[in-house]
Design a protein around this ligand. Sequence first.
Ligand SMILES: *Cc1c(COP(=O)(O)O)cnc(C)c1O
Length: 587
Amino acid sequence: MEPVPNQPFSYEPFPTSGVVAYFSMEIAIQPAMPTYSGGLGVLAGDTLRSAADLGVPLVAFTLAHRKGYFQQHLDGTGDQTEDVQPWNPTDFCTEEAVRVTVSVEDRVVTVRAWRYDLQGRSGHIVPIYLLDTDLDENFGWDRGLTDYLYGGDTNYRLQQEIVLGMGGARMANALGLRVNVYHMNEGHAALLTQALLESQLAGGHPGTVTDADIEQVRRKCVFTTHTPVPAGHDRFSSEQSIRILGGERTARIERLGCFENGLLNMTLLALRFSRYANGVAMQHGKVSRDMFPEYAVDSITNGVHAPTWVSEPFQQMLDTHLPAWRRDNLYLRNAIDLPDAEIINAHARAKETLLSEVASRTGLVLNPNVLTLGFARRAATYKRASLLLTQPERLLEIATRAGGLQILFAGKAHPQDSPGKSLIRHVIETAGNLSNDMLRIVYLENYAWDLGALLTAGVDVWVNTPRRPYEASGTSGMKAALNGVPSLSILDGWWIEGCIEGVTGWAIEDGANDEQEANALYAKLEKAVVPLYLDAKEKWARLMRTTLAFNGSYFNTNRMVKQYTRNAYYPAQMVERAQVEEPIYTR
Ligand SMILES: *Cc1c(COP(=O)(O)O)cnc(C)c1O
């Protein structure tokens, strides 16, 4: 059956009661809670922090992930090993008394919720409910369903998605929440649509699903996709779906057109049951429309929570000159008038903090006056961490010309990603061979929230080299921009919108293959980055100032949550397929 295009719907006016329920498989709540793996979780956490700041009536659902995302260890040769990071919900959360159940295979699984109160700057609270199946009444296997984030096989994943989607929707109901909008942050939560549909059918005509039934669910659901390539979408075999979700449910989902090439496709399921969907950058919206041409996929470009990611010295400077920046990040536009000397000093202090962390972790004392590049992200092969190291002689020449060069790498590979793990080994081995008095290359262990904050604030240039168009958005470069740090990056994801050549950083020109793009990267270092770094300090200060003014004022979750509120949750106008504006740029 053909997927049905978005239908016009009648929306409610801006509500005076009820909440948005935000669902995400991972949420970076605070650094001490290992409930996130990377970009998706950090985005979810930053979204909730801004919603709390803005007083948006919103609650969130995720899983407890009791064993945490892993701690990374790297030995001298770059071999990664992983340790679980168990944490105790009672240290941070309050247990809710209510219980709900979901069915997994042929078993009934009881779910409880731990509430974490996330407080915004105005005092408004966004409650986060961490779902947990570790209860005496559950069978041994089921007690572990909420232990590992992205652990186990696809059976485990589908079981977790039942707990998140169906368990979460039922928990919202059991808690007595009046939910106006269900927001699925990525396809992991798509099964919530089936919990809503089933509670609707129980009232009337089980067995058959009418268009009106679907419409009732659709008018409450919105969906954000984060995946730019078909292989990245969550998919399950028909056999798995029948075994784990049940035959009747599987048949219904298949009838509704949410299977593709014989596989249950969570993105299709979420799209089919949402009245609004979006990608996470302008290009990503377009890529998603090309993948799912029947659907109106809008774009809301990601951001980061400014007060979380701006370094202490920069916060002090901004509090002095632009005190309104915390309340409304748009005022960061006025950073264009910050005095050179203050920017230079604030950045020097952030760099000092970073370098002393490097020294305490590695014993290596780096030079604060030397150009320092940062590259930290998940060690997935498409991010090409080693592109910068492909022409050692040329890199040494650049280092010599610059009066020295320091490169800081960090990133975890997923435990089951062996190409990612060998990429880490390769970077560390090459770093060992190349490092000398002029060129220092360091790979830092256990990239997570704290290290991410230090790196994005303390380096001089933030480098990113994804293979186009795999980077849906990327957010670490936005953290850098909020600290006045320019990016040197492939024009992919957010950088297509964020790059103003020589003003917010530099583009690495597209090439036909890795070698050409490495050439373009070196050429930009030689012709633009190094000469400017060696030039008068005021010129670099001007670059930092324009980076902060242009990109800090826009690529933040304060702006992003306002867009979600008015375009997705409580729209003034329905977004139709024909009305989705195609990006006008040709980059
Ligand atoms: C910001 C952040 C990310 C996401 O950044 P990308 O640019 O998407 O790689 C991942 N991990 C950590 C720890 C972060 O702080």
